[in-house]
Design a protein around this ligand. Structure first.
Ligand code: SAH
Length: 364
């Protein structure tokens, strides 16, 4: 048992089974033992690889989106360039470098990071040390500046936020809870009583996943940009069309692992429900664009063109091609279709680069 498992089991023995949201929050964010609080999980030697770590092109293209959004805002003197869950800070470092194409933008922006992990905050400071920008860190979105437009980027942030699961059982929804099984280890079970307030219909056995925290954050970000003006661009793996099913997963050293085993030692995520996030953003009053696949986002932002320029300078052009294929490819091993992008803006802004209000809704 990991130290965190012992602590969680103690909490369950004292107070009864806990929601999956509580389990996830502890497994990822426990101050001493939480997965993100104790390590840098990225890269080949770590547990998983994310888009900005695959190629600099990813952050560069998002930097150009940010710069064009600043133009579309009318080039305000002060703008907050915000990233939620910046990991190693690679995306922001690449974005700031690319944004230098518009020197006026660089002069007007301040960098703000929403990040809970002290280990990753240190990595982020290191990543930005030659950028000319000193980030300000925030424990949550609440303390972000409220007196200027916001350009907010989030890559693989929402997938790390806690979810709850409900299962249809004899015609009613019961919450799935983490308790202690016969062998003394953590085990999933159903709440003894029906969940209140879930009006959804579904067949027995169906699992309904929802991330109330994600929806709350998205609604509040929308409310912020409605007042302050700006953009939120969220990229994550997930689905654009709601369906039942469970997607909670743990990954350790690039392999799937049992979700409840070794809490604090494995990354735990769930697929992001972009349909629900879009509704939350609409509730917050924002203009919400149809969700794109990462492949479409990358192609429309000109990833192929950017790759040609990089290849001319690269020692190994085939490596650049392989990275681009991973980001924008549509094969099952690539990220292009599994990952989705949601853009929301204040009403006064035109469409962000690559987004179009008349796009048909994605099928998946
Ligand atoms: N965007 C980065 C990292 C993704 S991993 C990349 O693409 O490489 C998730 C990031 O979100 C980590 O930086 C993690 O520490 C942060 N994070 C997760 N939950 C958080 C929370 N509740 N509050 C603030 N940061 C969080």
């Amino acid at each position: 048992m990991t130290p965190l498992e012992i602590e969680i089991a103690g909490e369950i023995r004292a107070n009864g089974p806990i929601g999956i949201d509580r389990f996830m929050a502890l497994a990822l964010g426990h101050p001493r033992h939480g997965y993100y609080m104790t390590r840098d999980p990225f890269g080949l030697a770590g547990d998983f690889v994310t888009a900005p770590e695959i190629s600099q092109v990813f952050g560069e293209l998002l930097g150009l989106v940010a710069a064009m959004t600043w133009q579309s805002l009318g080039e305000p003197d002060q703008v907050a360039l915000v990233e939620l869950g910046p990991g190693r800070g690679t995306l922001m470092a690449d974005a700031l470098r690319a944004a230098k194409a518009l020197p006026g933008f660089t002069a007007c922006l301040d960098v703000h990071f929403v990040e809970m992990s002290p280990v990753l905050q240190r990595a982020q400071a290191e990543a930005l040390k030659d950028s000319g920008k000193h980030p300000t860190w925030h424990a949550s979105i609440d303390s972000l500046p409220d007196d200027r437009p916001l350009i907010i980027l989030a890559n693989e942030f929402f997938d790390a936020l806690p979810i709850r699961q409900f299962q249809r059982y004899q015609g009613e929804w019961r919450e799935r809870l983490v308790g202690i099984g016969g062998d003394g280890t953590l085990a999933l079970g159903l709440d003894r009583t029906a969940a209140q307030g879930l009006t959804l219909d579904g067949p027995d056995g169906a699992v309904f996943e929802t991330s109330p925290i994600s929806l709350d954050i998205m609604r509040r970000l929308a409310e912020r940009i409605v007042v302050q003006r700006g953009l939120v661009l969220a990229i994550d793996y997930g689905y654009a069309k709601f369906s039942f099913g469970e997607t909670l997963q743990a990954v350790r050293r690039h392999k799937f692992a049992p979700v409840l085993a070794n809490p604090g030692e494995a990354d735990i995520t769930a697929h992001v429900d972009f349909a629900a996030l879009s509704i939350a953003a609409k509730r917050g009053g924002a203009k919400v664009y149809p969700v794109l696949t990462q492949a479409t986002l990358m192609e429309r932002l000109g990833i192929r063109h950017r790759a040609e320029i990089l290849k001319r300078k690269a020692d190994d052009p085939a490596e650049v091609d392989a990275a681009i294929d991973r980001l924008a490819g549509t094969d099952s091993h690539a990220m292009g279709l599994l990952f989705k992008a949601l853009a929301i803006t204040s009403d006064d802004l035109g469409p962000p680069p690559a987004f179009d209000l008349t796009d048909p809704l994605l099928a998946a």
